[in-house]
Design a protein around this ligand. Structure first.
Ligand code: PLP
Length: 384
């Protein structure tokens, strides 16, 4: 007998990013501009708090929703985005934003509902919606500098959707949305009674301007679940900690699944996160400044190569156009010839077909070397 995957799983193919990493793994002297995680370690005081908690024997489960002290610290931290949430019934601490995304879908989306997903976007969005049996409606953004607009929502038919799933600052494009750009999207959501899942995991990583949360716009709090976490800003990907905030009934529904399936998020990571929110603002600023310096180098180097590159203003991604028509062929040939890995834009949906995702979560020296190699490759092979 063979154990067959469920239909849900069969409907979702393997991640386009994973496949690429497997290819890259076989190459020596590789410089990867492919990974979507910080090249820094978590700030030392946060690590120390984790170590200290272990030394004190803090190895039990926490409350299902997370330690009260952490929820209070999250609530206080969100004030900087004009967001106010009650630590007792409007916050659930999760095992990364990944679990928060999963919970939002399982708790708040029914089979047959429609989830409108910004395109291109993070690979897990479509997978999460598909796993719960929802219909996915992609909302193209490539003709609008990768931001959502009322007209693209209308043209895609999002008026009939149940949920709008968006992520700004955006992975893979590095696009951010201003208050002026968010307002018509919020109005559209209110008019058509959409629930919004807003993945704001890169909120702290914006360059030259502050992040604006769609939940802070009038009439949006009651219809929005904001997802955020510690992986990106605090370089804590491996500690697996995130959270969701939203109206009490929605968070209660998410927590109902969480309490049966996860019980509580990792305890050690929760201690690290409390310390991160308490004392690591300077470390975040330092990392952000470094990302910004790298971003400027990447954008100007692509300009010099005459490669059209979207002016990203958030996260740690640049999204240049692929010099070849086939971005997958380009990315594969670049790995083989110059040992530089980028992710083909096709991994992020049809809207990424003409692009490559370049992560600058890589030290400056490697980044410069990788860009030299890209330049050499593009001069040698301008077309396929
Ligand atoms: N959301 C986005 C947009 C991401 O890019 C990622 C990771 O790359 C995640 C969520 C997952 O984050 P976490 O490590 O908190 O599970």
């Amino acid at each position: 007998m063979t154990i067959e995957p469920s239909e849900r799983v069969d409907r979702v193919g393997p991640s386009g990013i994973r496949r690429f990493f497997e290819l890259a793994e076989e190459v020596d002297d590789l410089i990867s501009l492919g990974v979507g995680e910080p090249d820094f370690s978590a700030p030392w005081t946060a690590r120390q708090a984790a170590i200290d908690s272990l030394e004190r024997g803090k190895t039990s489960y926490t409350a299902n929703r997370g330690k009260r002290e952490l929820r209070a610290a999250i609530a206080a931290d969100l004030a900087r985005y004009d967001l106010t949430y009650d630590p007792d019934d409007e916050i659930v601490v999760t095992t990364g934003v990944s679990e928060a995304l999963d919970l939002a879908h399982r708790a708040l989306v029914d089979p047959g509902d429609t989830v409108a997903v910004v395109d291109p976007s993070y690979v897990s969005y479509v997978a999460n919606a598909t796993f719960v049996g929802a219909d996915v409606l992609r909302v193209p953004t490539r003709d609008d500098e990768f931001v959502l607009t009322r007209s693209s929502l209308e043209a895609a038919g999002a008026a009939d959707a149940d949920v709008l799933l968006m992520g700004y600052p955006n992975n893979p494009t590095g696009a951010t949305m201003t208050r002026d750009q968010l307002e018509p999207v919020a109005a559209f959501a209110r008019e058509h009674d959409l629930t919004v899942f807003s993945d704001e995991i890169y909120a702290e990583l914006t360059y030259g301007h502050d992040h604006v949360s769609i939940a802070a716009l009038p009439g949006m709090r009651e219809r929005t679940i904001v997802l955020n976490g510690f992986s990106k800003a605090f370089a804590m990907t491996g500690l697996r900690l995130g959270y969701a905030v939203g109206p009490p009934a929605a968070i209660d529904a998410m927590n109902r699944i969480h309490q049966y399936t996860m019980l509580s998020a990792p305890t050690t990571a929760q201690y690290a996160a409390i310390e991160a929110l308490d004392s690591c603002a300077d470390a975040v600023t330092e990392m952000r400044d470094q990302y910004d310096r790298r971003r400027r180098v990447v954008l100007s180097r692509f300009d010099e190569m005459n490669i059209d590159c979207f002016r990203s203003s958030g996260a740690f991604y640049a999204f240049p156009e692929s010099p070849w028509d086939d971005c997958e062929a380009f990315a594969e040939a670049l790995i083989e010839a110059e040992q530089v890995a980028m992710v083909p834009g096709t991994a992020f949906g049809p809207g990424g077909t003409d692009n490559l995702r370049v992560s600058y979560a890589t030290d400056m020296e490697s980044l410069r070397e990788a860009l030299d190699r890209v330049e050499r490759f593009v001069e040698a092979f301008p077309t396929e």
